[in-house]
Design a protein around this ligand. Structure first.
Ligand code: C2E
Ligand code: CA
Ligand code: CA
Length: 575
């Protein structure tokens, strides 16, 4: 009896423990966000637990009903779902599958755990079903971000480089060619500055969408940065050649882009092309070469396509080398000033001299400013260099005026960057004052390029200098955009006719017509006219005959060191 009671108590205690465990499992299942299927092989019993009702609108009670899940998922996921639901058939113990629901609004993850008895027969299994839609979406976004450019939907730079490397690798094996083209929208900054970044982005996006349509198995395009796109073509030819695609781009850019504001925008592009294996043998080098070629094309005029040539690369490398040496030269002031005289056509008297800088290389070579000034303008060293030129020229002029007492003008070339400096006007006036020279005997030569940026700011600076007495001369007239309207708005004293006109004036009647009308206009506006590049007597006589005031050129004197000018000044003194 005692034994029976003991057995009963034990049974009760075990039942309590079991009920406790059952409660615990239920609570765990109910608090989980997942749904579970428990399946016992011995009893052919299946139980749906957890958030089953949130996932499916049907229940499952027996093993054969598990297959009802097939109806819930997209056909593309069927076989993987089959494997995960019945792992006992594939001998895998744990499996997982990601399945899209039929209505495509959710991604579910199925994970199965199966247990076996000592003989290796399946005993029971649990299928856990989780909603991974959020995770999937995040993953998709991350994948998109890793490969695509958000603004245009084209490949991004990193992914493009990887794909281009694949093209190059394949071309190496097959002996094919890979074309790389950099496509740059001309004057995009004007659109961005003028219409704002939102409109600028809209244009980039629209142009990008157009380029996307050109992509294919062997044609890839990316949005490299700002207004620059890059295209890679594997084994170019026929419809997939750069020429053909460039033609299509030109066809598109011939029509304006319609912005959401209603505004219509027309663009042109400059394209630089480099090919594997001719230009370079790696993706990045090809892109760099194409970029150098594009810039070269752009410098010769926009709306162009330019193809790689070794000379372009040589020139670039040389400019990089010059740039490095130039920085050093600016810090060491390895420059000398030369001066070129200007004479009145009427009485042949000295009108003034133009200060022209020379770079004295470590080997004693004189490097022409036409080589290094553009580079100095690009890397900003024109500002310290220009300040040095200004100081040297004014100092030299002050000493000549004291020594010889001959009145004349010192003309100094000023670059746009230098003029744009905040303290430019103050600095210039300070130098003139320090050397005690008459401001009216100092002239600055500016080119039309100075007026391309902030016109009002430049005009204001020139007006300040002009009011202080300094003369303003417009250099290289006839080579720039020569819009006559700004001539009225600027305080100009002198206009210098570019030497390209003078060069052809005796042989080309069109040059004569232009030069004569410019001289006429200069007279009407009350400016002084100077013709540059006068190399022979006939040119000089012609220029005098049409009313040009002053000539400057090799005929009467090359740019020369100070001693040369001193001889001229001495000659005047002793007359
Ligand atoms: P630019 O201001 O037009 O200077 C005139 C250029 O024409 C000078 O070249 C001069 O040597 C050259 N030249 C003068 N007469 C004749 C001639 O009869 N025939 C020919 N074929 N050429 C003649 P340079 O000295 O090589 O200067 C080139 C350019 O470099 C200058 O053109 C100017 O734009 C720039 N530059 C020179 N010095 C300076 C400077 O100190 N500052 C700045 N910002 N630019 C400078
Ligand atoms: Ca000049
Ligand atoms: Ca000039």
């Amino acid at each position: 009896m005692k034994e029976l009671r003991y057995q009963l108590d034990l049974l009760k205690a075990m039942n309590r423990k079991l009920a406790e465990k059952e409660r615990m499992y239920r609570m765990v299942c109910d608090t989980s966000a997942d749904a579970f299927l428990y399946c016992s092989f011995e009893q052919n019993q299946v139980e749906a637990l957890g958030q089953w009702r949130d996932f499916f609108d049907f229940g499952i009670r027996e093993r054969k009903e598990i297959a009802r899940l097939y109806d819930a998922v997209d056909d593309s996921c069927l076989s993987s779902l089959q494997e995960v639901l019945f792992p006992e058939k594939t001998k895998e113990k744990v499996l997982s599958a990601e399945c899209l629901l039929k209505n495509k609004d959710k991604w579910l993850q199925f994970r199965t755990k199966i247990s076996y008895d000592e003989e290796g027969n399946p005993r029971d299994k649990v299928v856990c079903i989780s909603d991974i839609t959020k995770f999937k979406k995040q993953n998709e976004e991350l994948t998109y971000m890793a490969y695509y450019d958000e603004l245009t939907g084209l490949y991004n730079r990193n992914y493009f480089v990887r794909r281009l490397e694949e093209f190059v690798r394949e071309a190496k094996e097959t002996g094919s060619v890979v074309s790389v083209a950099i496509i740059d929208i001309d004057d995009f900054h004007k659109i961005n500055d003028g219409l704002g970044m939102v409109m600028g982005d809209e244009l980039l996006q629209q142009f990008g969408s157009f380029l996307k349509e050109l992509c294919g198995k062997d044609i890839i395009i990316c949005h490299l940065n700002s207004d620059v796109y890059c295209m890679g073509i594997y084994a170019p030819g026929g419809r997939s050649s750069v020429e053909h695609i460039h033609g299509m781009i030109q066809g598109r850019t011939a029509r304006p882009f319609q912005l959401s504001s209603g505004q219509e925008l027309q663009i042109t592009v400059s394209v630089g092309v480099a090919e594997y294996p001719e230009a370079a043998v790696s993706a990045l080098e090809l892109m760099k070469c194409a970029e150098i070629v594009m810039f070269k094309g752009k410098s010769e005029g926009k709306n162009t396509i330019k193809y790689f040539a070794p000379s372009i690369l040589d020139e670039f490398l040389q400019s990089v080398e010059i740039e490095g040496r130039l920085r050093e030269a600016v810090s060491r002031k390895n420059f000398r000033m030369y001066f070129q005289p200007q004479f009145y056509t009427g009485n042949h008297k000295l009108r003034g001299v133009e200060a022209l800088v020379r770079w004295e290389d470590s080997d004693g070579h004189m490097i022409s400013p036409s080589v290094f000034i553009p580079i100095a303008e690009k890397n900003g060293s024109i500002v310290p260099l220009g300040n040095w030129v200004m100081e040297q020229s004014v100092k030299q002029f002050a000493s000549w005026r004291k020594l010889y007492g001959v009145p004349f003008t010192m003309s100094i070339n000023i670059s746009a960057l230098q003029c744009a400096e905040e303290k430019f006007v103050d600095h210039m006036l300070e130098v003139v004052k320090r050397y005690q020279v008459e401001p009216s005997e100092i002239e600055i030569e500016i080119t039309e390029s100075i007026l391309i940026g902030d016109f009002d700011m430049m005009a204001d600076k020139l007006t300040q200098l002009h009011q202080a007495g300094i003369k303003i001369s417009l250099d290289d007239f006839g080579t720039g955009f020569s819009s006559l309207s700004y001539l009225k708005k600027l305080p100009i004293d002198t206009l210098k006719l570019d030497k390209s006109f003078v060069e052809t004036v005796l042989t080309d009647s069109a040059s004569r017509i232009i030069i004569e009308s410019i001289i006429h206009m200069v007279k009407c506006l009350g400016f002084e006219s100077i013709a540059e590049g006068v190399e022979n007597e006939r040119q000089c006589q012609y220029l005098h005959a049409i009313g040009c005031d002053v000539v400057q050129g090799f005929l009467y004197g090359k740019p020369q060191p100070p001693e040369g000018v001193e001889k001229i000044l001495q000659g005047i003194c002793t007359k």
